[in-house]
Design a protein around this ligand. Structure first.
Ligand code: 13P
Ligand code: ZN
Length: 267
């Protein structure tokens, strides 16, 4: 039997995960073990790889996830540092397989690394998005200082207000994050309550802010998920710079200027 590392398509995807983990660290968004990543790699595996023997006994999931039956995910490990995920993704993360009935998961490769404490929420989101037929392979959670800082300000804790403010700082934000952002009021990290509240926001958005905690992006491609958060962070930086420069509320692009981007970029 070949080793899982002989699968070139899988290793290319793992390489992209490692690339993004490195960005999260260099951006200053990943203190200690801050943030976590899960990517559905099922389509990259052979039947034999999908049926690898379990390394550990099955662990129950908080809900049955029937849209994920038999699916395999790369997930970062709990307590693992993004700067080390970047260097050694299989020593700081693992492949897990959801059972055929969607009620449990088992670790299948390469080492028995305990998955992120946010695994229930990640899988609940993957399950929801697949059941909706949305192209989604990636859930990326990280701790960007500037965006979390904004969630400490009461007046920004409104999806429409914060979306408009961040969109209006630079045209690219309107283009790269076309569905705007959702906001979830503070919940204890890793809980199903946080997962349910996030899923409600995913009905209309691909990026969700967790009050006083972090940001979560879902999508088809891990680089695109990173780019969406990075662009929002750039908008926040422009907002802070403009405020510091003048001491006044920045003007921002006008509603007309924002609206004109819609036909121009087919949004
Ligand atoms: P884990 O180390 O369990 O992934 O937790 C990090 C985190 O950011 C929790 O929200
Ligand atoms: Zn977190």
């Amino acid at each position: 039997m070949k080793q899982i590392r002989d699968n070139e398509a899988l290793m290319a995807e793992i390489g992209r995960i490692a690339e993004v983990a490195g960005y999260l660290w260099t951006k200053g968004w990943a203190e200690r073990n801050g943030g976590n990543i899960s990517v559905n790699v099922t389509s990259l595996l052979s039947d034999e790889e999908r049926s690898l023997p379990a390394l550990t006994p099955a662990k129950p999931l908080p809900e049955r996830m029937t849209a994920l039956s038999g699916h395999v995910f790369y997930v970062t490990g709990t307590g693992k540092r993004m700067r080390y995920v970047a260097q050694a993704p299989f020593e700081n993360g693992a492949l897990i397989r959801v059972s055929a009935d969607g009620s449990s998961y088992e670790l299948i490769a390469e080492q028995p690394i305990l998955p992120t404490s946010e695994l229930p929420s990640h899988l609940m989101m993957h399950n929801y998005l697949r059941a909706q037929g949305r192209d989604n392979r990636v859930v990326l959670h990280t701790h960007p200082t500037d965006l979390i800082g904004m969630t400490h300000c009461r007046r920004f804790l409104d999806s429409d207000v914060l979306t408009h403010l961040l969109w209006s700082m630079i045209p690219e934000c309107r283009i790269i994050v076309p569905k705007g952002i959702g906001i979830v009021p503070y919940e204890i990290p890793g809980t199903v309550e946080l997962a349910h509240a996030t899923i409600r926001q995913l009905e209309r958005h691909d990026v969700v802010f967790w009050e006083k905690h972090g940001i979560l992006a879902v999508g088809e491609d891990i680089i695109e998920c990173f780019d969406a958060i990075d662009t929002l962070s750039k908008s926040a930086q422009i907002y802070f710079s403009a405020r510091l420069a003048s001491g006044e509320e920045p003007e921002g692009m006008t509603q007309q200027q924002l609206n004109d981007l819609v036909p121009a970029f087919g949004l």
